[in-house]
Design a protein around this ligand. Sequence first.
Ligand SMILES: [Zn+2]
Length: 400
Amino acid sequence: MSQHTPTLLEFDATDPVALTQALVRCASVTPADGGALALLDAVLSAEGFSVERPTFSEPGMPDIENLYARIGNEGPVFVIAGHTDVVPPGDLAAWTHDPFAADIEGGVLYGRGACDMKGGLAAMTCAAIRYRRENPDAPGSIAFLVTGDEEGPAVNGTVKLLAWADARGERFDHCLLGEPTNPAAMSDMIKIGRRGSLTGKLAVQGVQGHVGYPHLAQNPIRGMVRLLAALDASPLDAGTEHFDPSNLEVTTLDVGNPATNVIPAQARAVFNIRFNDLWTPETLAAEIERRLREAAGNTVRYEVSFEPTNAVAFLTKPGPFVAMAAEAVEAETGKRPALSTTGGTSDARFIKDYCPVVEYGVVGQTMHQVDERVAIADLVALERITHRLLTSYFAAAQQA
Ligand SMILES: [Zn+2]
């Protein structure tokens, strides 16, 4: 595994391919930083951004460095958000290229983080730098919120960085988060919201006994089957204008009984719900409890609990900002992107408490996979799209 930070600025800071390569070569598997933030710091500082790198701590967790940068003193403030940490490469032998070498072959750049999301962050950084070089007197400000703790516990990252900036009086107007939103092509998808996530744990109590003497025992599996069937019996909702229907999946069902002649004492199950904007974690938990109560009657003894969650559903309502982003994508790719709320959660769920946020980035097909990669053409397109969005955003601000 190579670990190599290039001599700073041995490449041009408006070249998204070179910056992606330099970032991929920083082995920043959470919570390691590998020099990634220092590299961004150097690149942005050289262009006149004021850069700070606050470190956040929490007992029992590794300290995490984050980066905040800004150029300009006035509003509106356009924020570019992202993360420099990456997931582990896994089995190195399975990679056809060193995950931290950033090799380019056949128009494709290979490496851990290439699409999630060093490529996206690099392309947006280059676009911001090019925009400011071309428009040194542009109105408004461009800011960067970059964390090293998105793929890990996400405790010492974006949540604290936002609060830290807020406490210093920083106010944000709109945010572009560079997660890889496109399923197959750069014209596919902008995300304008995310579903929430709620995990529940269910335990059904029985009485252990001999399968030959069932009247002396009580099988918890029978009750568990009844409860899970009740959770699955009818849809939670039919979806909303911008969201798919909420969905419950049982993720595990455990009895742990190796014997064929023993009725077990307890059965456990875990389920996860991805929910839309009709629900909050509280209203959803209440609905689940209601269904369980009804199905259990007086015969099934059970306990249900819910994991704490900070993943609520949210929507950035389509309006001028979303339209501007979609127009920038269409102008560079020739196709109007879909406005979507699909997929997992992201740091957008924290940013939305401070300003409207949309997500757009490179093609995410290989994120977290062996041979993670990004097309050079997609990096170039993302740089152009971001530059176009910045141009129309600040032009509109000037007219307002
Ligand atoms: Zn990511």
